[in-house]
Design a protein around this ligand. Structure first.
Ligand code: SF4
Ligand code: SF4
Length: 435
């Protein structure tokens, strides 16, 4: 085994070891959340995933950004095959381990080569957009400077990845010009640029690009879970486990349904039925694993906030911020629970001045525009409604307008301020008036 092979195997083990450690830590956070069954209708889920996640259908609502993002995503999928081959090459010491695939190999290498160029163009446009045209949805109180730094860093890494890929392929095609495997239409175009180099220099150039490329891939893999770009990994499962019912259909609360059933049929009372621990969502332990996955999938693109009528009319609510806050809260509180047990408290909660305020929650009109717009099928409204349920049912905190409505329902059986006896006055006036 050569020195290079040994170095590569050690690098691979460290990289996957650290990635496994990160996923293990994330799994601990998810274990704190509530169970929810999302394994039904596999066929429908698969079609939705193909359309929304792989087909990028919701991204295309904004065609230019949509198609550029699709280039990056589709390119990422194709180039991953090449990355797997590079790992195989690095471990075995061979070159182009997948070349036995024949015409399919040529198809994959040609697609990767073309996508590499398209990704370079897309990343440059994305960077220009962030720094020069500055879309309004990227400027908001919840968008901290670190968010822009994160995006710039990732876009720069992707650019270097693609440049080294083309550099490596160009050197490979130049050095093995008579007998190379695969097809490289873009890299082939650049081969004249290397015509003045000798064989050794070309080999060095190929190896240098190879090492830079694979090292960045490993770094990228380990950096993703700590950045908003985790959606590269999380978006496919998030879309697959999306809620398939109509957006406006909200879930009922199992504990309340249970109480109502008992009122209707007290004989169903069972000593085994545990009392509900909490109504709605107050903190991270109350959200379901899918809501937590939503938080880790959010790309902070701001498409939801850009269409939110509450946000547009100057209210405090930004649907994007809710999931940024949930992720932040999970990061702040989960280590304490994992270390000290479920009774751990840091004196704060998800609802409150440190994270999501009541004012934000009550500003939502439940219009569902945010869900409709979100390219990775994040489900904002059930999360908002569950936090409101907690405020109403446990804290008795409601805006004054709603307090009047609740009191009317309690006293009059309707949201209006008229007693039951007067409810048909309008009809009797018409009836007697016509007589
Ligand atoms: S459902 Fe609420 S958060 Fe979503 S767009 Fe409508 S008002 Fe905004
Ligand atoms: S919730 Fe969806 S639309 Fe909103 S910022 Fe996150 S990914 Fe974008």
């Amino acid at each position: 085994m050569s020195l290079q092979q040994s170095a590569f195997i050690i690098l691979t083990l460290i990289s996957f070891g650290f990635f496994g450690f990160t996923i293990f830590r994330l799994a601990k956070i998810f274990r704190l959340t509530k169970k929810e069954f999302r394994f039904d209708k596999i066929g429908e889920r698969t079609v939705t995933t193909l359309l929304v996640a792989f087909g990028q259908s919701k991204m295309m609502k904004r065609p230019l950004a949509g198609i550029l993002h699709a280039f990056v995503w589709w390119g990422f999928l194709v180039i991953t095959i090449g990355s797997v081959e590079m790992m195989m090459d690095g471990i075995t010491g061979n070159k182009k381990s997948l070349s036995f695939l024949g015409p399919f190999y040529s198809f994959v290498t040609a697609s990767s080569d073309i996508f590499a160029l398209l990704i370079i163009i897309s990343c440059i446009i994305f960077l220009c957009r962030r720094y020069f045209t500055k879309p309004k949805r990227f400027i908001a109180p919840e968008m901290k400077p670190s968010s822009r730094t994160d995006a710039t860093f990732i876009l720069s890494l992707i650019l270097i990845l693609m440049v080294t890929l083309i550099g490596m392929n160009t050197a490979y095609v130049t050095s093995d010009s008579n007998d190379y495997s695969g097809s490289f239409p873009v890299s082939f175009y650049f081969t004249p640029a290397l015509s003045s180099l000798g064989p050794e220099q070309i080999t060095t150039l190929e190896k240098t690009n190879w090492w830079i490329h694979i090292t960045i891939i490993y770094f990228f893999l380990n950096f993703l879970p700590y950045s908003k770009h985790f959606h590269v990994i999380a978006s496919v499962p998030n879309v697959f486990f999306t809620r398939l019912e109509p957006y406006a259909k909200l879930n009922t609360m199992e504990s309340v349904t249970h109480e109502v059933k008992l009122m209707l049929n007290p004989s169903e009372q069972s000593a085994d039925t545990p009392p509900p621990q909490r109504f709605g969502v107050k903190d991270i332990e109350d959200v379901t694993w899918k809501t937590m996955l939503d938080a880790y999938t959010c790309t902070e693109c701001g498409r939801c906030t850009a269409v939110c009528p509450a946000n547009i009319t100057g209210k405090l609510l930004s649907p994007r911020k809710l999931f940024i806050d949930l992720r932040r809260r999970a990061k702040d509180k989960a280590p304490g629970i994992i270390k000290s047990g479920s009774n751990f408290s840091d004196g704060k909660s998800l609802i409150g001045s440190d994270y999501i305020t009541e004012e934000e929650l009550w500003a939502c009109t439940t219009c569902m525009a945010c869900i409709e717009e979100c390219p990775v099928d994040i489900d904002h409204v059930p999360f908002i409604v569950d936090m409101r349920r907690n405020l109403v049912m446990e804290e008795s905190k409601v805006p004054s307008g709603l307090a009047v409505m609740f009191s009317n329902i309690e006293n009059n059986g309707a949201p209006w301020a008229f007693s039951r006896e007067d409810r048909f006055n309008w009809a009797s006036e018409i009836y007697y008036g016509n007589k």
